[in-house]
Design a protein around this ligand. Structure first.
Ligand code: MG
Length: 390
């Protein structure tokens, strides 16, 4: 029996591939609702509020953090899921958890940690998100991690190298690593979270970029996706042209742009579902990616991404702070490798129990990856006597 309102191709909680450790079903919640609740109550989720999305946490109170980003992704994901009769609870769980493995300081922190870990197997934030929910959260008496369902874990592991997929496959045959080896897709719910992530950051990075003064409305006029909606908004509300209404105009253009992308995904995905006709999530896994933009929207979204990359993520002011952030991560890594006892006791103990150098380095990477921006800055100051940020 499929859950009411769900399409045949959706993930049905009653047919979940289950948890790693068997648990009595909850009396009032489906397994995916329960996963969502576990994620919201986790320590890693609360830390997202002090983790950088693009702007470092101390740079302003109104910029997106990883937490508000994750909530926006979940909102877009749920809204699209409902229109496609996908499982909203599963989408929400995956969206809220998708960035749990992010280091402090956004991509700069992740790149620096990856470089530090080069000889020890590297660092991937998607795999780290899985480590958080599978292992690093310690709050249940019977198991480490949150013991989430296969479908939630599958969605959290968005990318994975072949080497890491083989390692996962060895630990858990036919588990979440298998699809990377078989070159298969995840569920439609997981595919949707990837696209919702993209739609969310493209929109909110424009907002934060303009708010910070690093990109201007004039520059944005070269981006067709933004400009067409800005012009439409002006045509319908000429008063928005006034100088004091520029912020409203920006919000209205972004709002329209968001809606256009959401409707585009719904339509293009409906079309793909009709063409391929999956009757079950297992058929979805063997098909191409079905949750998608139309060709045209894909091109427009790519142009916006390239613009943000060149003008915001690579802006000299952003690069300057991210260089300091990289330094903080590198110094922390070097310090803990030399003095593991300087880590929190639980990590120091794990270091003592580890034997292989790569296992010891992984303990340090886990500790650093879990830090919030401000905790990392404080730790850096404590260990080096230098204050680099904030
Ligand atoms: Mg994200």
């Amino acid at each position: 029996m499929h859950e009411a309102g769900l399409a045949a191709y959706a993930c049905d909680p009653a047919q979940s591939r289950g948890r790693r450790y068997w648990e009595e079903p909850a009396p009032t919640r489906t397994p995916f609702q329960r996963d969502r609740d576990r994620i919201v109550h986790s320590t890693a989720f609360r830390r997202l509020v002090y983790k950088t999305q693009v702007f470092l946490n101390h740079e302003g109170d109104l910029f997106r953090t990883r937490l508000t980003h994750s909530i926006e992704v979940a909102q877009l994901g749920r809204s699209i899921a409902r229109s496609l009769s996908l499982n909203e609870d599963l989408v929400e769980a995956i969206c809220l958890a998708h960035d749990l493995g992010h280091t402090p300081f956004g991509h700069a922190g992740q790149d620096a940690l990856h470089a530090c870990m080069a000889e020890f197997g590297g660092f991937e934030h998607n795999l780290q998100s899985l480590r958080v929910v599978d292992w690093l959260e310690r709050r249940y008496p019977q198991f480490d991690g949150l013991n989430l369902c296969f479908e939630t874990r599958e969605g959290i592991l968005k990318h994975c190298s072949q080497a890491n997929a083989r390692a996962l496959e060895a630990q858990e045959p036919g588990g979440v690593g298998a699809r990377f080896l078989l070159r298969q897709q995840p569920s439609l719910e997981a595919q949707l979270c990837n696209l919702a992530d993209e739609i969310a950051y493209n929109a909110h990075d424009i907002d934060d970029g303009v708010r910070s003064g690093l990109i201007s409305m004039e520059q944005l006029q070269s981006i067709p996706l933004f400009e067409s909606h800005r012009l439409q908004a002006l045509a319908e509300h000429p008063a928005l042209a006034r100088l004091e209404s520029q912020r409203r105009l920006l919000y209205e253009a972004i709002r329209r742009m968001l809606s256009a992308q959401v409707y585009d995904v719904i339509e293009a995905t409906r079309h793909a579902l009709q063409t391929h006709g999956p009757k079950h999530v297992n058929e979805v896994r063997a098909m191409p990616v079905l949750v998608r933009f139309s060709e045209e929207m894909h091109g427009q979204s790519l142009a916006l991404k390239r613009f943000l990359f060149a003008n915001l993520y690579r802006h000299p002011q952003v690069v300057e702070t991210t260089n300091s952030a990289r330094q903080v991560v590198r110094d922390l890594f070097a310090s803990y490798m030399q003095q593991p006892q300087a880590m929190k006791p639980i990590f120091a103990q794990r270091w003592d129990e580890a034997v292989a150098p790569s296992d010891r380095a992984r303990v340090v990477a886990d500790f650093i990856a879990g830090m919030t921006d401000r905790y990392a800055v404080k730790e850096h100051e404590r260990l080096t006597g230098q204050r680099l940020l904030g």
